[in-house]
Write a new protein. Structure first.
Length: 93
């Protein structure tokens, strides 16, 4: 009987260690994704700044300007959706 209790205790400790390791791995993956997301947002912001600088003083035809505006509006919307999803599912450190 004592052997069974000890074996069960060892099993429980082992399972807890596996659970903690799995949670640590999940936290690391979420943090890595947050870093990737920040990089994507910085890239989009950087591209927009470079485009703004390159086009300063230039006048684009309205149809071209509308396409440029649509690209950055879509990128901002997508970044917002990703940020909202992360806010709902990732605890603040």
């Amino acid at each position: 009987m004592i052997f069974l209790v000890v074996a069960l205790a060892i099993y429980i400790v082992f399972r807890l260690e596996v659970l903690v390791a799995t949670l640590d791995e999940t936290i690391a993956l979420v943090e890595a994704e947050s870093t990737k997301l920040d990089s994507v947002i910085a890239l989009v912001d950087g591209l927009k700044a470079q485009l703004d600088e390159a086009l300063s003083g230039a006048v684009l035809p309205p149809a071209v300007q509308a396409k440029v505006d649509a690209i950055f509006a879509a990128a901002s919307t997508n970044a917002g959706k990703i940020t909202d999803a992360l806010d709902l599912n990732v605890p603040t450190p």
